[in-house]
Ligand binder design. Structure first.
Ligand SMILES: [Fe+2]
Length: 235
């Protein structure tokens, strides 16, 4: 089987997260997710242990949870999953790169066969996903979406789905996630990443480019310092 996630789903053993996985597998749009995962164009993905197939499959599952808890209809669920599938195809390396979303967006028509306003919203969301948070709104506005709230929701849910898989680089700060339901799934994101890595025989920490390693170590130490400044018990 070419998909480790499909293998995990076929095993259907999720320990403490079984109720969560049972819930989503009974969701009315679960077949949309299974179709998207089965037909994912794996050859188009960026070939990398940080932003490659594993990250994309996990982001798609996180995206399915985002769609379920946000109450997306079938069409927008499929749209969000297409965004999750191809948001990183424009990557040229694993480093910080605010423009890879823009490059990915240029390939979405060919990869998904979508057109019109659906394509426009998808391009906006994918373009925005790699830019700083302060650029989210202006980037979306640049695409002049016909349905603003729909486009914004798509972009926010893509960011949450992608963000949850930051556990793989030990750099998930749940306060950056946009939905409370997403923040509650940090433990699941860690568990999913661990299961996935064990299945494919990969280490828990992939070999990062030097620049990324330095950045992560700095962030971790800043987070530790903040934690030590906080009172241990709330009174
Ligand atoms: Fe990503």
């Amino acid at each position: 089987m070419t998909s480790p996630l499909l293998k995990l789903l076929a095993e259907n053993q999720w320990a403490d997260f079984q109720p969560l996985m049972d819930e989503i597998q009974h969701w009315s749009h679960w077949p949309v997710f299974m179709g998207a995962l089965t037909h994912l164009n794996r050859d188009a993905l960026y070939d990398s242990r940080v932003h490659g197939l594993g990250h994309i499959e996990r982001t798609m599952l996180h995206g399915a949870f985002c769609a379920m808890y946000d109450g997306l209809d079938e069409g927008d669920t499929a749209l969000l999953l297409d965004c999750c599938a191809y948001h990183d195809v424009g990557r040229v390396n694993d480093s910080v790169d605010h423009l890879h979303g823009h490059r990915s967006a240029q390939r979405l028509a060919a990869l998904t066969g979508r057109g019109g306003e659906e394509l426009n919203m998808m391009m906006a969301a994918v373009d925005a996903h790699s830019r700083p948070e302060s650029d989210l709104i202006p980037t979306l506005q640049g695409y002049h979406p016909a349905q603003w709230e729909r486009c914004l929701r798509l972009a926010q849910l893509l960011k949450d789905a992608d963000g949850l898989d930051r556990v793989r680089i030990f750099d998930l700060d749940v306060s950056h996630l946009r939905r409370e339901e997403s923040r509650r799934r940090e433990g699941f994101a860690e568990y999913l990443f661990g299961r996935y890595q064990r299945l494919i025989g990969a280490p828990l920490r992939p070999p990062f480019p030097e620049e990324l390693t330095r950045k992560l170590e700095q962030r971790q130490s800043e987070r530790n310092q903040r934690r030590h400044r906080q009172p241990r018990f709330e009174g």
